[in-house]
Design a protein around this ligand. Structure first.
Ligand code: ATP
Length: 642
C-alpha cells in the first residue's frame, strides 16, 4: 500500500501509538507534527495524500485552520478529537473532513476510517479531473461556434456555473484602445439575463451614466482573490460598485480573477448570494482553465446596442423541477456536477422536499439514463423481507421461497438504485449493503456464488444521519461510504420565492388531470401560501392545491380550502397518483363530487354541524355560508347531520 500519511497531533503518546498502528497496516508515516507551522513544513517536504489531524495543537492555530489549506490542496484529512463541544464540531464539520475519529480510538476504527477516506479521495479526485477535462473541452468548443459576444459569454457562464457557482458575473475585457464590460444575472437553471448599463438603470433607478462610471472606474486589481461574508461586507465600505451590487442583487461574496492577455486583460468577477461560497480552489480552477477561457476572447464580435435575453437551451435539463430560487439552483448545480459519474450520492432533506424527484433527475442526467432506476423504500419493508427484496433468493432458500426471485440490485443492473429512507435500514442489513458497496457483488439468499452488479447508489433520508451514527443506529463506515457526495434539499420555508410557481404548477397539473378549467389563484391565497411555513414542504403544498382545485367551481380563482396549518380534517384526499382510473367525464364528475362530499362532511363533523360564525364550517372551508349551503344541497348533505 505505502500510502504516505502525516500525523498532526500534539500528544506524543497518542501520536506514537498511531504511528505504530499505521505502520503495522502498511502506511508510510512521513512525520509527526505538533503544531500548524510544523505540519506545513512537513506537507511541503513530503506531499502526503492523507493527514490525521488533531483539533487542538501547540500554538495559536488549530487543526481547523490547517484543514482549509488541506482542502484547497486536495489532501484528505481525518480529524482526531476528544469529545469536543458542539460549536467546535460544527466548525470542524464545515471544513468537510473525510472522517472523524473520537479518542480513545480502536485500531479497527482508525483503519476503516482511513480506508474510507482514501476511497473518497480517489473518487473525488477522479471526479474532479474528469470534470475539469470536460470543462476544458466545452470551453474550447465555444471558439468554433460562430456566435455573438453575448452568446459566447452566456455559454461560458453555463459551462462554468456547475464548477464555480455564481448569481451574477461581471466580465471586463481591457484592451489598449478601450475597455468594455458585460454582466450576466442568473435567472434560472441554465438561464441568464445580459445586463448592460441601460438594463441596470431600469432595475436600480440609477442613471446610465452613473452606472457606466461605476463599472468602468473600478481600479483594476492585479491579484486574484475572494471576499466571503464579512470580508465582502468590508469591501462594500470602500468600493461603491460592490455596495451597488450588494444592494441591487443581494450578493454576499465575490471572487475576482484577472487573466492577462498579450495586450490587455480579461477579468472575471463572480458574485454569490451565499456568503461562504468561494475558496482558493476556485481561483486555482480558473487559472487552470485559463487557456480555454481565453481561446474565444480574440474571436469576439461587436455587442449589439440593445441588451438581449440569452437564448434558452432547447430543453431544460431539469424539466418538471419547478423553482428558480438561489437555494434550489445550488442543488441543481450539484446534481449536474455529479450526475455523469458513478459516485454514490446521499440526498438529505426534510420529508416532502423533493428528494425522490432529485434522485430521478440525477439518474436521467447520467449515462445510465436508458437503464433502469429502481426505487426501494427501506422504511416500508419489514426487516425479515428486506434482504430478499434487495438481493433476491433462490427457490427453496427458505420456507415460502417457491420460486427464484431477482432482487432490486439485480433489477437495477447497469442503472441506479434509489434507497429511500436509508436511515431506517436495520443494522444487519447495513453490513450487507456496505459489502455490496465495497465488493460490487451481491449474494442471493440461498445462492451458491456472488453475482457482480454494476449499480450506482443514490440514497436519501430525512433523518439526521450523524445523530443516528452517534446513537449507534447507523454504521459509521456505511455513512462515510454513502456520504461521498451529499446533496441537501432546503425546506420550502427557506425558498419561499418558489411558492407561487409551484402553486401554479400543481394547480395546472390537477386541473389538467381531472379536466377542469383553471381560473388562476386568488391573490389572498397566494399571499397566505407565501406566508406559511410548510412543515410538510412541497408535498403539503401539492395537497392544498389539489384540494383547492377539487373544491373550486371552475370559474372563480382558487381560494384556500382550509386555513393553513389547520390539521387535515378530511380522510386523506387521494394524491393524483392514487386517483382511481378516470375514463369518462361522468367519472370525473363523480370523483369530484365524492371527494367534495367526503371533505365537507368531515369538516362539518369537526364543527358539530355548525356552518356559520367563527370556527364554523364555512370559515374553515373559506366559503360564504350561503355557497356552502347550496353545495351541501347539491351533494345531498343534510344540514343537521353529518
Ligand atoms: N421542485 C419541484 N417541482 C415540482 N414538484 C416537486 C418539486 N419538488 C418536489 N415536488 C413534488 O413534491 C412531492 C414530494 O416530493 P418527493 O416525493 O420527491 O419528496 P421527498 O423529499 O422524497 O419526500 P419523503 O421524504 O417524504 O419521501 C412529489 O409529488 C414531487 O413530485
Amino acid at each position: 500500500m505505502s500510502e504516505k500519511i502525516l500525523i498532526v497531533e500534539d500528544e506524543f503518546i497518542v501520536a506514537n501509538d498511531l504511528r505504530l498502528m499505521l505502520e503495522r497496516a502498511g502506511y508510510l508515516v512521513c512525520g509527526i507534527a505538533n503544531s500548524v507551522p510544523a505540519a506545513q513544513a512537513l506537507l511541503q517536504l513530503h506531499h502526503p495524500r492523507l493527514v490525521l489531524l488533531d483539533i487542538y495543537l501547540k500554538g495559536a492555530q488549530t487543526g481547523i485552520d490547517l484543514a482549509y489549506q488541506l482542502a484547497d490542496e486536495g489532501i484528505a484529512f481525518v480529524y482526531l478529537s476528544a469529545n469536543s463541544n458542539q460549536g467546535v464540531l460544527e466548525a470542524a464539520k464545515a471544513t468537510q473532513p473525510y472522517g472523524f475519529l473520537v479518542k480513545p480510538f480502536r485500531e479497527k476504527d482508525v483503519l476503516v476510517t482511513l480506508e474510507i477516506a482514501r476511497y473518497r479521495l480517489e473518487h473525488s479526485l477522479e471526479a474532479r479531473l474528469q470534470q475539469e477535462a470536460r470543462l476544458q473541452a466545452q470551453l474550447l468548443e465555444l471558439k468554433n461556434e460562430a456566435s455573438t459576444w453575448e452568446e459566447t459569454l452566456g455559454s461560458m457562464a453555463r459551462i462554468l456555473q456547475h464548477a464555480l457557482p455564481f448569481d451574477y458575473l461581471v466580465v471586463t475585457l481591457d484592451r489598449p484602445q478601450a475597455s468594455r464590460w458585460s454582466s450576466l444575472l442568473r435567472i434560472g437553471f441554465d438561464q441568464y439575463q445580459m445586463l448592460d448599463a441601460r438594463a441596470l438603470s431600469t432595475i436600480s433607478g440609477r442613471s446610465e451614466a452613473d452606472l457606466q462610471t461605476l463599472y468602468t472606474q473600478m481600479p483594476a486589481e492585479a491579484q486574484s482573490g475572494w471576499h466571503n461574508g464579512d470580508a465582502f461586507a468590508e469591501l462594500r465600505q470602500t468600493q461603491p460598485l460592490q455596495q451597488f451590487l450588494a444592494t441591487t442583487f443581494d450578493v454576499a461574496a465575490r471572487l475576482y480573477v484577472p487573466l492577462p492577455l498579450p495586450n490587455g486583460a480579461f477579468r472575471l468577477a463572480f458574485y454569490s448570494r451565499t456568503p461562504d461560497t468561494y475558496t482558493a480552489s476556485h481561483v486555482a480552477l480558473l487559472n487552470r482553465l485559463r487557456p480555454a477561457l481565453l481561446a474565444h476572447v480574440t474571436g469576439e464580435t461587436p455587442a449589439p446596442a440593445v441588451p438581449v435575453p440569452l437564448p434558452r437551451p432547447a430543453a431544460s435539463r431539469f424539466d418538471g423541477i419547478i423553482g428558480r430560487s438561489h437555494r434550489l439552483l445550488q442543488v441543481l448545480d450539484q446534481v449536474a456536477q455529479v450526475a455523469p459519474f458513478d459516485t454514490s450520492v446521499l440526498i438529505l432533506g426534510e420529508s416532502g422536499t423533493g428528494k425522490e424527484k432529485i434522485a430521478r433527475a440525477l439518474h436521467d442526467l447520467s449515462p445510465r439514463k436508458s437503464q433502469p432506476l429502481v426505487k426501494v423504500n427501506c422504511g416500508a419493508l419489514p426487516a425479515s423481507l428486506i434482504e430478499s427484496e434487495l438481493f433476491g433468493h433462490e427457490k427453496g432458500a427458505f420456507t415460502g421461497a417457491i420460486a427464484r426471485r431477482v432482487g432490486k440490485f439485480e433489477q437495477a443492473r447497469g442503472g441506479t438504485i434509489f434507497l429511500d429512507e436509508i436511515g431506517e435500514m436495520p443494522l444487519d442489513m447495513q453490513v450487507k449493503l456496505l459489502r455490496v458497496l465495497q465488493e460490487k457483488e451481491i449474494e442471493r439468499i440461498g445462492g451458491q456464488a456472488p453475482i457482480s452488479v454494476d449499480v450506482r447508489i443514490v440514497a436519501a433520508t430525512n433523518r439526521h444521519l450523524e445523530k443516528e451514527v452517534a446513537e449507534g443506529r447507523f454504521r459509521l463506515d456505511l455513512y462515510y461510504r454513502l456520504n461521498v457526495f451529499p446533496v441537501t434539499l432546503p425546506p420550502l420555508r427557506e425558498r419561499k420565492e418558489d411558492i407561487p410557481a409551484l402553486a401554479h404548477h400543481f394547480a395546472a397539473q390537477v386541473t389538467a388531470k381531472i379536466r377542469k378549467p383553471f381560473p388562476g389563484i386568488a391573490e389572498p391565497m397566494l399571499t397566505a401560501l407565501t406566508a406559511y411555513d410548510w412543515p410538510g414542504n412541497i408535498r403539503e403544498l401539492e395537497n392544498i392545491l389539489e384540494q383547492a382545485v377539487i373544491l373550486n367551481d371552475g370559474h372563480t380563482p382558487l381560494t384556500l380550502p382550509r386555513p393553513l396549518g389547520h390539521p387535515r380534517v378530511a380522510p386523506s384526499v387521494s394524491t393524483p397518483a392514487a386517483l382511481p382510473a378516470v375514463k369518462t367525464l361522468d367519472d370525473v364528475k363523480k370523483l369530484q363530487d365524492d371527494t367534495e362530499r367526503e371533505y365537507i362532511t368531515s369538516v362539518l363533523r369537526q364543527t358539530h354541524g355548525r356552518i356559520r360564525g367563527a370556527g364554523g364550517a364555512a370559515e374553515l372551508l373559506n366559503l360564504k355560508p350561503t355557497t356552502l349551503e347550496s353545495r351541501m344541497a347539491r351533494l345531498g348533505i343534510a344540514k343537521h347531520q353529518p
